[in-house]
Design a protein around this ligand. Structure first.
Ligand code: PAF
Length: 286
């Protein structure tokens, strides 16, 4: 696996693969890779001939006071994992390479509606930063398909929308969340948890499962269900940012008639913000 740091080298390497008739798959990441990322690379190797990953901690998607500076940077370990997973090319640019003219005047891509609410409400500008960097990366790599984790459910919806709205010829694939044995969704931020917090963290997924089970059993009083579960999360020691039931495609608040649902949560343990979600299609065969 080759690592390149400039757009010029990236384009040259991808062009070589294209000239050999290869289909290109792309997995954008911020590094500090775990089994969830490895699953995305593995999926890509099954679908295309040439897999490109990127590692770039994108300052544009972090708000003031967020964890940009302490976000773990573990390039050597990441390169090893990518190599083992069958990745062909890693693009690991600097901030200057991605934003050579600085960020203030950078053209932005914004996806209204889907970016509002949920994580968009507590992280203003976050999805604009994501949509902008992903658009840039897509134009740099020009992949046939790109793979993202479903753990960032709203992010995936935003990316699907931007690809559709801007007519990018890229197939977007969402891969199921990889979980620890106790249900906690794998995340680079889990490393920030103390032992005590790590023991509490699985309560996030248990909450989603309880809500999903209740809905499957016919519960339709969503406000009461949500309020009860918020109380339980807070009693367990989490500070809830949001816990909501939404329509899985539009992400608007779910009505009792909706059948394709997603339950989404963001909660703090100390200063670490965990997110998770559970997709529940009431029409899917059991
Ligand atoms: O999900 C992530 O790791 C990031 O938001 C992404 C998609 C790589 C954009 O920086």
């Amino acid at each position: 696996m080759n690592t390149v740091k400039t757009v010029r080298e990236l384009r040259a390497a991808v062009a070589r693969a294209r000239n050999e008739g290869k289909r290109i798959g792309f997995v954008p990441t911020m590094g500090n890779l775990h089994s969830g990322h490895v699953a995305l690379i593995t999926k890509a190797t099954q679908r295309v001939d040439f897999v490109v990953a990127s590692i770039f901690v994108n300052p544009l998607q972090f708000g003031a006071g967020e964890d940009l500076d302490k976000y773990p940077r573990t390039l050597a370990a990441d390169q090893e994992k990518l190599l083992q997973a069958g990745c062909h090319l890693l693009f690991a640019p600097t901030v200057e390479e991605m934003y050579p003219d600085g960020m203030a005047g950078q053209t932005r891509v914004s996806v209204p509606q889907l970016s509002e609410g949920l994580c968009g409400a507590s992280r203003p500008g976050h999805f604009e930063g994501v949509a902008t960097v992903v658009s840039k990366l897509f134009n740099m790599v020009q992949p046939d398909l790109a793979i993202f984790g479903q753990k960032d459910f709203q992010q995936l919806a935003v990316i699907r929308a931007l690809v559709h709205d801007l007519n990018m010829p890229i197939q977007i694939i969402g891969e199921p969340t990889v979980r620890a044995a106790d249900g906690l969704a794998l995340s680079s931020r889990n490393g920030f948890l103390s032992e005590e917090q790590r023991a509490i963290a699985p309560e996030v997924y248990r909450t989603l499962t309880r809500i999903s089970d209740a809905i499957k059993q016919g519960e339709r009083d969503y406000p009461t269900l949500i309020n009860e579960q918020i109380r339980q999360l807070e009693a367990a020691g989490l500070r809830v940012d949001y816990l909501e039931i939404r329509h899985a495609l539009t992400l608007r608040p779910a009505t009792v008639e909706d059948r394709d649902l997603v339950i989404l949560v963001a909660a703090f343990l100390g200063t670490t913000r965990l997110i998770d979600n559970l997709h529940l299609n009431l029409d899917a065969p059991a």
